[in-house]
Each structure stands twice: as structure tokens, then as C-alpha cells.
Design a protein around this ligand. Sequence first.
Ligand code: FAD
Length: 292
Amino acid sequence: MKPAPFRYVRPSSVEEACAALAADEDARVIAGGQTLVPMLAMRLARPSILVDVARLPSLSGIAMAGDAVRIGATTRQMEAERSALVARELPLLAAALPWVGHPPTRNRGTVGGSCANADPSAEIPLVAVTLEAELETEEEGGGLPLAADDFFIGPMLTALPPTALLTAVRFPVWRDARLGVAFREISARRSDFAFVSAACQLALDGEGRCTRLALGIGGVGDRAVKLDVAGLVGTRLEAALVAEAVGEACAVLDATSDLHASADYRRRVARVLGVRAVADARADAQAKGDGQ
Ligand SMILES: Cc1cc2nc3c(=O)[nH]c(=O)nc-3n(C[C@@H](O)[C@H](O)[C@H](O)COP(=O)(O)OP(=O)(O)OC[C@H]3O[C@@H](n4cnc5c(N)ncnc54)[C@H](O)[C@@H]3O)c2cc1C
């Protein structure tokens, strides 16, 4: 199928892009086009005008911003995957990126596009929720930063107004000496959207006690969620304790059934992946400590 007719603009600034979005309620942003182009072709999206922000230089780039790494919205996923700064400061995002689609989709797909698209199984939104990232927005008259937990509302639904641009994502950096990360996912084939995924970042003290722990689950319900496993902080992450805490947190997950998997299956897989992710992240942190 071919897309319904639309107009196309390539603004030369964020202000121009915001003005184009404000002028027409059926306008739609296009970045990497990895989701939107198929939707246009299937006529699942019929915008009157496409506002192409992919080449706006001010929206692209990866840099430190205080205690966070700020990734411009139109930064290609592959650029983030190859970034030495991301590898060093955001090891959890570095671990998740190779799971996002396929190399050709990551060559064009953007970090911001993945967040704005808000697929419940998408890896970048899961990392954003797990690390409590902040999403910067811009629209005519100004924009507001939004916490990841407030930004992602449901499947393909965000708090971003239709007249606004997502301009960057700020991922907080943990400065702990013994930091460990792990990313796990189950999908039909490598790099397909996940049925369930788990992202874990934790820190250990010199005696192997957990001082911080963030564990997020994707693909189970309407959006990625951070599990409440605060009870594990202060422990040595013994296997039985982890199984109990993650099991309890997963039992109350709001899960959905679809043609790929039942809600019950998703909850069970979340528990297994969550437990494994914590164990992997702990081993990662321990290995770093041993090497110092
Ligand atoms: C075969 C295939 C497999 C895939 N597998 C996965 C996978 O496993 N995991 C995964 O996470 N993704 C996967 N994807 C989707 C991924 O490739 C896309 O990168 C992502 O969903 C959208 O990013 P994009 O930059 O291409 O956005 P686009 O397709 O250009 O836009 C997507 C949506 O976001 C909006 N948007 C984009 N940028 C902005 C912005 N700056 N401000 C406001 N709104 C914006 C658009 O209006 C549109 O609604 C897959 C895609 C394909 C084709």
C-alpha cells in the first residue's frame, strides 16, 4: 500500500519545527522513520504534514550534562551504541542498545523516536524508566522536562503534547565504584520486539552489600515499569532474597495478554528474567571490584 498524500517540511530550527506543529493539528514529526514510514504505508497514520527533524543539528549529539548523559532526540541509535561516552557512563543503555531492532533499523532509528513511539516492549524506554531519565521537550511558548515515569503513559502513548517536540533524553550517571548492569530479553527471534525484557543496574560496597538497585521490566503491561525491590538494598543479594523480592514485585504487575503470550506467562517470565538480571548485574559489579 502507498501512504495517503501528505505535505512535507524540513524545518531549519527547533523553533520552525514547533511552529509547523502548532500550525496544524494533523502534523506529525518524523525522525528515523523506522516506525512511522511503515505506518504511513499501511495508512495506520494519515498526517496532513510531516515535519522532518532528522537533520536538525541542535537535536543530535551525546554529551555530559551535570550528573547525566544528555542524548539529543535525533541521535541515531547506532551512534549511541558506538559512543565511548555511553559505554563508559551509561553501561545499562550500552547493554540494551544491541537488542533494539536490527543494525539497519538502528542506523536510522533515533533515541528520541523510540521514546516518542512508546512501544511497551521497546528497550530504550525501559532503560529510561529504570534509570529515572528525564525527557526534555520543546513547543511554541516553551517546553517542560518530564520524568520518564510520567512521560510513558501507555502503548504508543506519551505525555508529549501533539504540538511538542521531544528534544533530548537525560540519563542519570551513577558514580558508584562497583557498578554492575545486565539486560535480558525474550523474543521470538534475536532483535525482534521482546515479549518480556529486564534491565538491572546496581552498586555494591567493598563488602559486597548492595547500596543501590534499579530493576525495570518491559513488555509485560502497557508500558515499562520499575519494580519496587527496595528491600534488597543493604543485603548481599543472596539468591533466595532476590527470588522472593522480585517474585513479590512481579506478582502485582499489571500484565496484558495478546496473541503472542498470556498475561500469566508474561508475569512468570518477568520474574525469571528479573532474578537473572539481578544475578548478572551483581556478578558484573563483583568482577569490576575484583579488578580494581
Ligand atoms: C523490523 C523492525 C524491527 C524493530 N524492532 C524493534 C525492537 O526490537 N525494539 C525497539 O525498541 N524498536 C524496534 N523497532 C522500531 C525502531 O526501529 C524505531 O527506532 C523506533 O520505534 C522509532 O524511532 P524512529 O526514529 O525511527 O522514529 P519515527 O518512525 O520517525 O517516529 C516514530 C514516532 O515517534 C514520533 N517522533 C519521532 N521523533 C520525535 C521527536 N523528536 N519528537 C516528537 N515525536 C517524535 C513520530 O511522530 C512517530 O509517531 C523496529 C523497527 C523495525 C522496522
